[in-house]
Design a protein around this ligand. Structure first.
Ligand code: GLP
Length: 247
């Protein structure tokens, strides 16, 4: 794992956007695995700025997202499909037909997960997978305790995650209880992985991810076994690691 220490959220966003830009420049028709949540918002903002300046071209890029709430339509403003259009897809020249997100409205979980696994395979796999991390160490929506060998599956969200994500909804009751998520196996098949983390609430999860045991109770710890992982985290997210003198 390569760890870059950013001084704050803006610096983290800029460094992460630089890594994604490099991927697009090296391979203009790359497949990007994308993530939602507040952490990558600044990264997307930076990419949009560089696109607008003429420094980046998304014409041939393909994008496949990690996850989607089950039960939300792509036009619901809390859906991850809506998030991606708002923060990235509508603001750059990516072909929307080259963007893929699980269909939250498909009630048949088995059917949707099989379809999504096929989508990822038909794209030839992911070149660079962007990841955020939950305070409990989840990646995508792979909650603590999930088997490492899963591909796309339907997840029952933990109370912690429902509570954490309720800040985007007008009430706790409106947060969906299930989601479709790429599994750990799908994530581990990406050729390279970029994990971004910001803030003290991620410090413990990040410490366990990098230096802890590789255990399903900390889903992100599996990343220790991937041979091309870059972590860009700010001072707050790295605070425990730094206190322990590990960086
Ligand atoms: C959600 C998403 C994850 C994301 C996590 C952390 O649960 N499914 O992909 O990494 O939240 O989000 P945030 O960056 O807002 O802290």
């Amino acid at each position: 794992m390569v760890i870059y220490n950013a001084k704050d959220y803006n610096d983290m966003s800029r460094k992460a956007a630089n890594i994604i830009s490099a991927q697009i420049i090296i391979k203009p028709n790359c497949v990007l695995g994308l993530a939602t949540g507040s952490t990558p918002e600044g990264t997307y903002k930076q990419l949009v700025e560089w696109y607008k300046k003429g420094d980046l071209d998304f014409a041939q890029v393909k994008a496949v997202n990690l996850d989607e709430y089950k039960g939300l339509s792509k036009d619901n403003d809390q859906s991850y499909a809506y998030f991606m259009r708002k923060h990235l897809f509508d603001n750059v020249n990516i072909d929307i037909n080259n963007t893929f997100i699980p269909n939250g409205l498909e009630a048949d979980s088995k059917k949707e997960c099989t379809r999504y696994n096929e989508v990822i395979k038909s794209l030839g796999g992911v070149d660079l997978q962007l990841l955020g991390i939950g305070g409990n160490g989840h990646i995508g929506f792979n909650e603590p305790g999930e088997a490492f060998e899963k591909e796309t599956h339907c997840v029952k969200l933990t109370d912690d995650t429902i509570k954490a994500n309720s800040r985007f909804f007008s009430s706790l009751d409106l947060v969906p209880k299930f989601a479709y998520s790429m599994g750990i196996k799908s994530i581990m098949q990406a050729k390279s992985i970029l994990l971004v983390a910001s803030g003290k609430s991620k410090a413990e999860a990040l410490y366990k991810t990098i230096y802890g045991e590789i255990v399903p109770s900390v889903p992100a710890s599996i990343l220790q076994l991937h041979n091309n992982v870059t972590i860009v985290a700010d001072d707050d997210a790295l605070s425990i690691i730094k206190e322990k003198g590990l960086l």
